[in-house]
Design a protein. Structure first.
Length: 237
């Protein structure tokens, strides 16, 4: 459960990710100050830009958003850093001789998600960043919660949705989600998310019914869109 105890840190699922070209880590660049290649930077930028659209996949329960609040070591703002563990994405420090370990760590997902769909969504977002060469903002090593809204906007730091209802609305309008999940599966996912919202959030259809936090999509086959996206990336590179 993402937030089993009120007032305590929740249960996150930090997903470490890297891409390889043959036997070489595609995220590593020895000449870069962060030891990140352009592909690695574009990949991070892709996840940061599309996270609001896919967070309903990586964080599927109403309870998931009780974890994503300030003050409990869970990210609410979409930024990246190396040492700042409040960021949505962290890049572990480089160690000489460990080039193959270069990776990113997505810190916003939780273990209540459907793993194949969550991995597919993050990979698709990252590959979209590589394909379209999204620009990565500067890392945010300082305390993001002490920044004003104007400063966060100036630095291009977006926010995650604050609840499943808002996250589902963003997912429903996401072209990336439809590309990854497919049209019918995307509609199925949206329908189930709306059902969970209706069971537990005031003012929603079905209010007062017993919540079923374990109810989620059970089809765990790898989405065909993910296979096509991955194949496309490696054919181009």
């Amino acid at each position: 459960m993402p937030k089993p105890v009120y007032g305590q840190n929740g249960s996150g699922m930090h997903v470490h990710q890297s891409l390889f070209k043959g036997k070489n880590n595609a995220f590593f660049d020895p000449q870069d100050q962060h030891h990140l290649s352009s592909d690695g930077k574009h990949y991070i930028a892709g996840i940061l830009r599309h996270a609001p659209e896919i967070v309903a996949i990586t964080n599927q329960w109403v309870n998931s958003y009780q974890r994503l609040v300030p003050g409990f070591e869970a990210p609410t703002e979409l930024s990246w850093a190396r040492r700042n563990r409040s960021c949505a994405i962290r890049v572990p420090m480089y160690k000489p001789g460990r080039e193959q370990a270069t990776r990113i760590e997505a810190r916003f997902p939780d273990p209540a998600c459907n793993f194949p769909l969550a991995f597919a969504a993050m990979l698709a977002a990252g590959l979209e960043g590589i394909e379209k060469e999204y620009e990565l903002p500067e890392p945010a090593e300082e305390n993001i919660y002490q920044m004003s809204a104007e400063e966060r906007k100036k630095r291009g730091i977006l926010s995650l949705p604050g609840n499943l209802r808002d996250a589902t609305a963003l997912l429903e309008g996401s072209e990336l989600a439809r590309k990854v999940l497919g049209g019918s599966r995307s509609r199925q996912f949206n329908g189930e998310s709306e059902g969970r919202v209706g069971r537990v959030l005031p003012g929603s259809p079905g209010q007062g019914q017993k919540a079923s936090p374990g109810h989620r999509i059970r089809n765990r086959k790898t989405p065909s869109g993910l296979i096509k996206l991955t194949a496309s990336f490696f054919q181009k590179n």
